[in-house]
Design a protein around this ligand. Structure first.
Ligand code: DC
Length: 228
C-alpha cells in the first residue's frame, strides 16, 4: 500500500502528539514531533545565554544556527521517539515550564523556521510519516494526503498540561499554565511567518469532550478512508 503523508496541526496541549504517535505506531509510520524541534532550539538558546527577559539575541542565534542539530531516536520503552540536541538526550529538559514560556518567541524567528522546515521536509521525504505541529499542512507538506486540524478549549488544554506536569512532579500553577496556553495561542496564530491556521482541506477535530481512545478511533477511521 502506498505510504501517505499525514499532517496534524492545532493549538498547543490539545493532544495532537498523543494521537499522532499512537497512529504512527499502529500503522508503522515514522512520527515527527515538530514542536519538540522548536523546544530544542529554545533550550539551546537558554543554555547558551541567547535568551533573556528582554528577548532573543537574534544575531548571535543566527550565527550559531548551523550548529543546532536536532534528531530523534525511537525509545521502545515509551513507544515514541526521544529528542536529541547535538547528540544529547533532551527529551525531559524541553518539556519544562521555562521552555514552554519561551518557545513561542523562538518559533517566530524566520531563519529558525526556515531551518526547521527544511529538516522536517527531509525527514518526511517519501511519505510514511505522521508529523504534528502548527504549519505542517500549510507550509511543510501542503500536499499531504491527510490533514487534521485539532482544537479544544483553552481551559481543557490547560488542565491537560497541568495534569501532565503534576504527574512528572513539576511544581506548577493552573493560572500560570492557562495564561501560557492563551499567550502561545495568540503568538502562534498572529506571527508573520507560517502562523497557525487551518489548511482549507484539513478535517477539524474538536476533542474537548473526547477520550483518548475515541480520538484514536476517529483518526484511524480517517486514515483508512483516505487510503481507500
Ligand atoms: O506542540 P508544542 O507545544 O510542543 O510546540 C511548542 C511551540 O513550538 C509552540 O508554542 C508553537 C511552536 N511550533 C511551531 O511554531 N511550529 C510547529 N510546527 C510546531 C511548534
Amino acid at each position: 500500500m502506498k505510504k501517505i503523508t499525514i499532517a496534524i496541526d492545532g493549538f498547543s496541549s490539545c493532544g495532537k502528539s498523543t494521537m499522532a504517535k499512537d497512529l504512527a505506531r499502529e500503522i508503522g509510520y515514522v512520527y515527527v514531533d515538530t514542536g519538540a524541534m522548536y523546544r530544542a532550539v529554545t533550550l539551546y538558546c537558554i543554555e547558551h545565554g541567547l535568551i533573556t527577559d528582554e528577548g532573543v539575541d537574534i544575531e548571535a542565534l543566527r550565527e550559531k544556527m548551523d550548529d543546532v542539530k536536532i534528531s530523534f531516536q525511537f525509545n521502545a520503552e515509551k513507544g515514541r521517539p526521544d529528542t536529541y540536541l547535538n547528540g544529547t538526550l533532551v527529551e525531559d529538559r524541553i518539556r519544562t515550564m521555562e521552555v514552554s514560556g519561551k518557545v513561542s518567541h523562538v518559533a517566530v524567528i524566520d531563519f529558525v523556521r526556515k531551518a526547521m522546515v527544511s529538516q522536517q521536509q527531509e525527514m518526511g521525504q517519501g511519505g510514511g510519516v505522521v508529523m504534528d505541529g502548527r504549519d505542517i499542512g500549510t507550509t511543510v507538506f501542503p500536499n499531504a494526503e491527510l490533514k487534521i486540524f485539532v482544537t479544544a478549549s483553552a481551559e481543557v488544554r490547560a488542565q491537560r498540561r497541568y495534569d501532565e506536569l503534576t504527574a512528572k512532579g513539576e511544581a506548577c500553577n493552573m493560572e500560570e499554565i492557562l495564561a501560557n496556553v492563551k499567550e502561545r495561542d495568540y503568538i502562534d496564530s498572529h506571527r508573520e511567518v507560517s502562523p497557525l491556521r487551518q489548511a482549507d482541506d484539513a478535517l477539524v477535530l474538536d476533542n474537548s469532550h473526547m477520550t483518548i481512545p475515541e480520538q484514536k478511533a476517529w483518526l484511524m477511521e480517517k486514515y483508512q478512508e483516505r487510503c481507500q
